[in-house]
Write a new protein. Sequence first.
Length: 414
Amino acid sequence: MIISRRALLCTAATAFAASGPAFAQQAEWAQNYDGSARVRIPRSLTPVLSPQALQGTEEAVARYRDIVARGGWADLQAPQMRVGTRHPAVQALRQRLIVEGDLDPSVGSSPIYDSYVEAGVRRFQSRHGLGATGVLNGATLAAMNVPAETRLRQLELNVVRLRSYSGNLGHRYVIVNIPAALVETVEGGQVVTRHAAGVGKIDRQSPIMNAKVVAINFNPYWTVPASIIKKDLIPKMRKEPSYLTDNKIRIFTKSGQEIRPEAVNWNSDEATQYMFRQDPGGDTNSMGFVRINIPNPHGVYMHDTPSKGIFGDDFRFVSSGCVRVQNVRDYITWLLRETPGWDRNRIEEVFAAGSRTDAPLAQPVPVYWTYITAWAQPDGLVQFRDDIYNKDGLGRVPVAARQQVEPENEALMN
């Protein structure tokens, strides 16, 4: 059975409710639950690959060794809860939040889920790459119940990874942190922009690699990779014979002659002999309006997407290995900033014209596709992400282990 993160939340909430009140007893709303305890997590300018992040992570290792030595934390058994809920499990939730510093011990031990608890839950969710709703839901509870020993081991493993990037990465560079599904542009040692990303599915992983951005391709054609032809396109055509036509994908022989879809035997592997190319067009082309060209042996790249709704999801492991970038105009504006003739106005003109245009970078920009599942900022804020590809070797943490991506019409997209 394939389960999405949204389905996980619903399923988990139902399961947790079975062990307690259906949605927990609601407290009296006459009381003041708002208070002044809103925790705001500042957006750090520290790149995940930086000496400061390495030092912060090393310090976090020491903190979590102490937490483990003191017994770690117990599994939290609780129903779904939110502000105003009265339930005995709120007291245990408070203790769980205090252990990692998401809640100040001075806020009391009330069984009411007040604004202090909500703020602590938001902080915890933000540190784990979850939507900061302030609601104790299934994914949040699963993340809370990852043992302290596992979190410590994650930090220790990632210190080693961070040290491997301790050299000079360049004055301007890009970081793709695959487990976080996040892109950072870095200049002068500080983050300039951050972008949510869509990265490779569990069975079509984005590679760990170093490359360089050499050009921006506006309104590109998309040539369907051989792996996608076999895994996705052929099965799709067996079910939906009009799929290629509807999505403006053309078929060409090796000699460059175009052939019609109905001339292909889709019940065989004949289609693997041909080239499939999608016409430009930001609303239909799988790469949207822009392809960011990063030559590499894996044949992957970064690009825009017409399906921008994915960037609002917590679980963004949706591609066939390439990386889709949110707010791609801001991203390419930064990439082209040192290329004469390519300011934001020129970029907008090309977008508006819809013309097929290439913009080689005057200075190629290094890009590092990394796999960092735990790190800390200089202020001590510790971040954890799902070990979605199971590269930590610890067994997938519960949140990641229960998530798959539902089949959808984006199956052919890189």
